[in-house]
Design a protein around this ligand. Structure first.
Ligand SMILES: Nc1ncnc2c1ncn2[C@@H]1O[C@H](COP(=O)(O)OP(=O)(O)OP(=O)(O)O)[C@@H](O)[C@H]1O
Length: 742
């Protein structure tokens, strides 16, 4: 570790251990002087390592699917790594004035710190010379100077470290927020498309993007922290190198030349012995995350696994993953051992080398003892600086792995965003995106929103071809039904719907119109494409051709097949996706959410409680609030595991009543309810425009129109028939009843 950052001021070189220079180094103060040199270095390394190393990610949400292809981002050349590092780190300092100021302050403190250390090397020389000459007056004079210098050194050192850590936190905050915005806060729902690509197929450009949670939480942290450490290490090393090389050259030119040869040899051997570490560290992060993910999955699916008595299978899978972690750890320590055989011997040699070279001059009485000491200390400094790669190799390899993972993730986010092309700068916003949630998606002259096709994002098609080969989703202006009474709430024209990357056509030539207030039921056998059609209407899927025109997103509420309970209180469950309570920096200035919130009537707690009663959950608030309903509304629980599936589905209907959308899309969202509860839920949304998917014949009674998706004989896709249930009330023929009960 270079002196500049091994504790940021202490000389990491072993020679420092037995000279006057050491006690002033902050990290060295805690290390016992008699330690062998490598221990000393390792101690610095461990300390720095604790900061720079990527610690364990918690609560991993998504991991590499079993058997997935491992990526080879770690194989990029040094030049590519450097370019990546540069493009990931520059945007913060370019865009953020505070960051630039903190950085400038840090440089000043760093220079002061280095200056102080050079000054101390002269103090140390005089100290040892005074000791050698048994000059008591000089000894006390130097001690006094030393104590006064200490008054200056301590604050410089403390503020230098503090400033570095403060900048690292601010940078991390900026970078995490930027990535979060690009990941899930513009209108293209990048997180959804990326997740699907990550699990379904390998993106040609970026490979499989495993564990996005770990990349956002850990890799960004490691990147910002370690980048600063590395920059300062290099900067301090350069300053030290110039300063102490001059001292060394002035004392003995031979010493200076021998150190250059010694350090060059050491660096070459280290790189050759340790180059495996970059790959191993890259894999370590992935394997650790996979292992944690299997544990999180076990926790989340504990009940299903217990019913299946699947613990043995799960246990085997978990221990397989853990074995991979352990095997990787063995490979790492094996490589480290080989490397350390060399570095340890190398470091021990540096104890005596400078003294051996200068000793003849001392014995001949040409130089004083203090000069021997100063030569040894300067030798230690210069060697530390020249041996940057040797001493930092393990940390550098981890850093390199984290740059690779972060770069891969940011590129994947970029690829999944149709507004960003390949030449867009890393971490840059799409053109026209203001960073406040108002997406860059094109808004037509008529105010109609055009959704570019995220599924064709990585296809080799030109933008025009991409548009022609994607479904055009057009949104009506908000509250269109009140403005233009005759407008259709949904109009589908000549729709061909494919699975995301065009592997299969699910629906062909669908034409459909739904007026405001009408209720459409979509039926068809399992797997035929009902939910996929809803995904296309929602704008999540857009592979295919044709046009979908529908109510504005702010007027539509979607009830998915699998109820979703966000983290938070019972009140949060009802208001979702409007956030309450906590201040979310990300949506502080989000116009969409603000406008949306402003258009909603104030929802007071009594209103929420009465809605809970409407959906037959009247006792829920008082039950969890131990008799106090208001307390119940503010109670936080793990709702997905506390409420039954039917209760979660009724809670979802309560959300619809809170938000009062003009259109509701219901994807089998009553499947866990009894027929009576289903009837009550549908009666609550009778005044809205409804699109449902369902298998129960009882649903027909709540709808006015029906879309039947039927397998076309000899074709992959289905045939679509639309009819009016009200004009044909006896239309449930035997075939359909069978279909419903299938
Ligand atoms: N991400 C995906 N990539 C490729 N194919 C998919 C994807 N998601 C779903 N499919 C396939 O698309 C087809 C239609 O799926 P969809 O979920 O729309 O069926 P469904 O009619 O709603 O079925 P169910 O009634 O069982 O819910 C299925 O064969 C499914 O396997």
């Amino acid at each position: 570790m270079a002196s500049g950052t091994s504790g940021d001021s202490g000389g990491g070189n072993p020679t420092s251990n037995w000279n006057f220079y050491v006690p002033f180094g902050e990290a060295s103060a805690s290390s016992p002087p008699p330690n062998p040199p490598l221990h000393h270095q390792q101690q610095h390394k461990t300390e720095e390592h604790a900061e720079a190393t990527l610690p364990e990610a918690r609560d991993t949400i998504k991991a590499t699917p079993k058997g997935s292809v491992e990526t080879d981002t770690y194989k990029t050349s040094f030049r590519e790594k450097w370019t990546t590092f540069w493009s990931l780190s520059v945007p913060y300092f370019r865009e953020n004035g505070e960051g630039r100021c903190l950085f400038a302050g840090l440089i000043v403190l760093m220079l002061l710190d280095s200056g102080v250390r050079v000054g101390f090397s002269y103090l140390a020389r005089d100290f040892w010379s005074a000791l050698g000459d048994k000059d008591i007056d000089a000894f006390y004079r130097i001690m006094k100077q030393f104590l006064m210098a200490l008054l200056f050194l301590a604050p410089v050192n403390v503020f230098y470290r503090f400033q570095r850590q403060r900048l690292a936190i601010k940078w991390r905050k900026w970078m995490t927020e930027r990535i979060l915005r690009l990941y899930f806060y513009n209108s293209h729902q990048v997180y959804y498309h990326l997740e699907r690509r990550g699990t379904v197929e390998k993106d040609e450009d970026v490979g499989i993007v495993d564990n996005p949670d770990q990349r956002i939480a850990e890799d960004v942290r490691a990147f910002t922290r370690y980048s600063l450490t590395l920059f300062l290490t290099i900067a301090v090393s350069l300053i030290d190198l110039v300063a102490f090389s001059t001292i060394l050259y002035l004392i003995e030119p031979k010493l200076f030349l021998s150190i250059i040869g010694f350090a060059t040899l050491g660096t070459i051997v280290t790189v050759l012995l340790g180059n495996q570490l970059v790959r191993l560290n890259f894999e370590r992060l992935q394997k650790e995350a996979d292992f944690r993910f299997s544990l999180v999955r076990l926790r989340e699916n504990a009940e299903s696994i217990a019913f299946f008595r699947g613990e043995k299978t799960e246990g085997r899978e978990i221990s397989d993953r853990f074995d991979r972690v352990v095997n990787n750890a063995y490979s790492i320590i094996g490589t480290m051992r080989d490397l350390e055989f060399f570095t340890a011997s190398y470091n021990y040699l540096t104890w005596i080398l400078p003294v051996v070279v200068i000793a003849p001059q001392y014995m001949a009485g040409n130089v004083e003892l203090g000069v021997v000491q100063q030569a040894a200390a300067a030798f230690g400094h210069v060697l530390d600086d020249l041996s940057l790669i040797i001493n930092q190799f393990e940390s550098l390899s981890e850093f390199s792995a984290s740059i690779g993972r972060l770069h891969q993730f940011v590129r994947a986010v970029q690829n999944a965003d149709p507004d960003l092309d390949d030449s867009a700068p890393l971490l840059g916003y799409p053109p026209g995106y203001d960073g406040h949630g108002s997406g860059a998606s094109s808004v037509g002259k008529d105010g109609i929103f055009n959704n570019a096709n995220p599924d064709t994002r990585t296809s080799p098609l030109s933008p025009q071809e991409s548009i022609e080969k994607s479904i055009q989703l057009q949104e009506l202006p908000p509250s269109a039904n009140t403005m233009v009474a005759s407008t259709f709430a949904l109009a589908i024209k000549n729709l061909r719907l494919d699975t995301p990357h065009g592997q299969r056509t699910l629906i062909h030539s669908l034409n459909l119109e739904l007026k405001w207030g009408e209720r459409l039921l979509i039926i068809g056998s399992s797997g035929i494409g009902k939910s996929s059609l809803l995904r296309a209407i929602a704008g999540l899927w857009s592979s295919g051709t044709g046009t979908i025109e529908r109510a504005n997103t702010v007027d539509v509420y979607f009830l998915p097949q699998k109820p979703y309970c966000p983290l938070g209180t019972l009140r949060d469950q009802l208001l979702y996706p409007i956030s309450t309570g906590h201040s979310n920096k990300l949506d502080e200035d989000d116009n969409d959410i603000e406008n949306w919130q402003a258009t909603k009537t104030a929802v007071d707690d009594q209103h929420l409680l009465s809605i809970l009663k409407d959906v037959d959950l009247g006792d829920l608030a008082s039950r969890i609030g131990q008799g106090n309903e208001l307390e119940g509304l503010g109670t936080t629980l793990d709702w997905s595991s506390t409420l039954s599936l039917g209760e979660q589905q009724r809670l979802a209907f309560a959300r619809v009543l809170v938000h009062q959308p003009k259109m509701v899309i219901v994807d089998e969202a009553t499947s866990a309810m009894d027929v009576g509860a289903e009837e009550r839920m549908y009666s609550l949304i009778q005044s809205m425009t409804v699109i449902s998917v369902g298998h129960r014949p009882t649903l027909l009674g709540f709808h006015t129109k029906r879309l039947h998706l039927k397998k076309t004989p000899g074709k992959d896709y289905c045939e679509c028939t639309v009819d009016d249930i009200l004009s044909n009330p006896n239309s449930v023929n035997n075939e359909e009843v069978n279909l419903f009960f299938r």
